[in-house]
Design a protein around this ligand. Sequence first.
Ligand SMILES: NC(=O)c1ccc[n+]([C@@H]2O[C@H](COP(=O)([O-])OP(=O)(O)OC[C@H]3O[C@@H](n4cnc5c(N)ncnc54)[C@H](OP(=O)(O)O)[C@@H]3O)[C@@H](O)[C@H]2O)c1
Length: 255
Amino acid sequence: MKITIIGGGNMGGALVKGWSKAGLAADIVVTAHTQQTLDRLKEVCPGITATLDNSKAVEGADIVVLAVKPWLVEGVIAEIKASLKDKLLVSVAAGIRHERIDVYAMPNIAAEFGESMTFIEEAPKAVVVAELFSKVGQCKIVPQRLMNAGMMMAGCGIAYVMRFLRAMMEGGVEMGFYPDEAKEIAMQAMQGAVSLLRETGLHPEAAIDKVTTPGGITIKGLNELDHAAFNSAVIRCLNIMKNEEFATALEPLNS
Ligand SMILES: NC(=O)c1ccc[n+]([C@@H]2O[C@H](COP(=O)([O-])OP(=O)(O)OC[C@H]3O[C@@H](n4cnc5c(N)ncnc54)[C@H](OP(=O)(O)O)[C@@H]3O)[C@@H](O)[C@H]2O)c1
């Protein structure tokens, strides 16, 4: 399957690198606004084809992935319309709807390392797209009303996790570690927590019970987080987009 990615920036570039690592380099054509971006991608993924010509890039494709900034989507579609014909058009642009787009996908930049959490909106060709994105991480096909929720948790979520990690680092430095050491320690603690939950299938609170001694220091730290409204801050951070879609999004995914 030939894949053309329009816009090899942070997100498009991560997909190019992730799919290349998955052995698809020879099937990838990528475009960008500047040659510099293409040269950078070619340097790390020499097997791909890179061009500044969007229309030409689309000609031989089976799937076209739009990864330009949201405000450029309309113009790019107009530019490639003639070459698009019956090709599958996928967009990863946040919040942009267009009648020509067949499937909306919301990956994250961990796609570069095969660790994306990608949400694909229900559509006739969603399964084909999910198959492709599952080569760069996990995929979930969801109804339209859950796309923004998925984006907040997994797309923006990466940034929120980074903030928590930075806070751990700052606390570590205050206690005497060098920043690099503090970063390594915080990352390993995070990785350990994720592995524990994955391996045991435990609910986070059940795992927390394994770490806390009655009257001990861990519960004191956890309660400090509660006094500072940590849970509430995270929940509010994920729910900042108040719109109609969220107002109707009351039914759980697997109900
Ligand atoms: N970043 C994320 O974490 C993330 C996650 C999910 C979805 N998205 C979505 O992905 C899209 C891109 O975001 P981004 O963060 O990757 O932005 P970005 O880093 O600015 O990348 C955009 C890319 O588009 C290229 N471009 C600009 N005009 C173009 C044109 N006319 N034809 C072809 N390519 C063109 C740019 O080329 P140059 O580099 O040469 O300027 C750049 O490489 C957005 O719609 C965003 O909503 C992003």
